[in-house]
Design a protein around this ligand. Structure first.
Ligand code: PRP
Ligand code: URA
Length: 209
């Protein structure tokens, strides 16, 4: 079963509470989502392997460490994942970026694909798929499926808030994928919204409602 890591750093929890608040407007909401994603990226990259190199300081030559192995690609699920991707890129500016366009059909709650453009070497990259909300898990499961179809082998999923149903879905469909979340909420309501959640992440980020 895929591992779930809840990142309960005080800064992340504090900022998450502000974005849950219905009174928080789009500008502050966007800024905080980006900041939380940057902080989460610190943990998501924690197990990246290091290798030893030689560096010449102003005083002498020294052994030091740099990140080894695979390079990174960040893939937001459009559109709400876009702002999280910006937050991850603050920490890993050389990462390549892909985009997966999915929206959830409001009746069936099934994901509908409308766009997919990925770097062509994703098989050699550490993939970080980002989307603020893991509700039924349908969108993230489909997104991971697209990455795998195109050759991705190492995928981490990073979400702000997950419902237990969404976590169970990813663990069932993609047991190899590690899930990073800032919080796990109680349940989904009859419209597939996470409760207590933060509402519709895309609408709150972009002020579309
Ligand atoms: C939201 C969210 C996820 C999806 C989660 O996107 O950003 O992609 O719903 O729900 P699920 O786990 O039940 O699939 P939405 O479909 O509202 O699209 P948007 O980002 O374009 O607003
Ligand atoms: N998508 C959202 O934006 N919010 C939810 O609570 C569920 C799906």
């Amino acid at each position: 079963m895929g591992k779930v890591r809840q990142i309960d750093h005080p800064l992340i929890q504090h900022k998450l509470t502000i974005i849950r608040d219905v009174r928080t407007g789009a500008k502050e909401f966007r800024e905080l989502v980006e900041e939380i994603a940057t902080l989460m990226a610190y943990e998501v990259t924690r197990d990246f392997p290091l290798e030893e190199v030689e560096v010449e300081t102003p005083l002498c030559k020294a052994k030091a460490r740099v990140i080894a192995g695979k390079k990174v690609a960040v893939v937001p699920i459009l559109r709400a994942g876009l702002v999280m991707a910006d937050g991850v890129l603050k920490l890993i500016p050389a990462a390549k970026m892909g985009h997966i366009g999915l929206y959830r059909d409001p009746e069936t709650l099934n994901p509908v694909e409308y766009y997919c453009k990925l770097p062509n070497d994703i098989g050699e990259r550490e993939m970080i798929l980002v989307d603020p909300m893991l509700a039924t898990g349908g969108s993230a499961s489909a997104g991971i499926g697209f990455l795998k179809q195109r050759g991705a082998q190492n995928i981490k999923l990073m979400c702000l808030i997950a419902a237990p149903e969404g976590i169970a879905r990813i663990q069932q469909d993609h047991p190899d994928v590690e899930i990073f979340v800032a919080d796990i909420d109680e349940k989904l309501n009859s419209h597939g919204y996470i409760v207590p959640g933060l509402g519709d992440a895309g609408d709150r980020l972009f002020g579309t409602k």
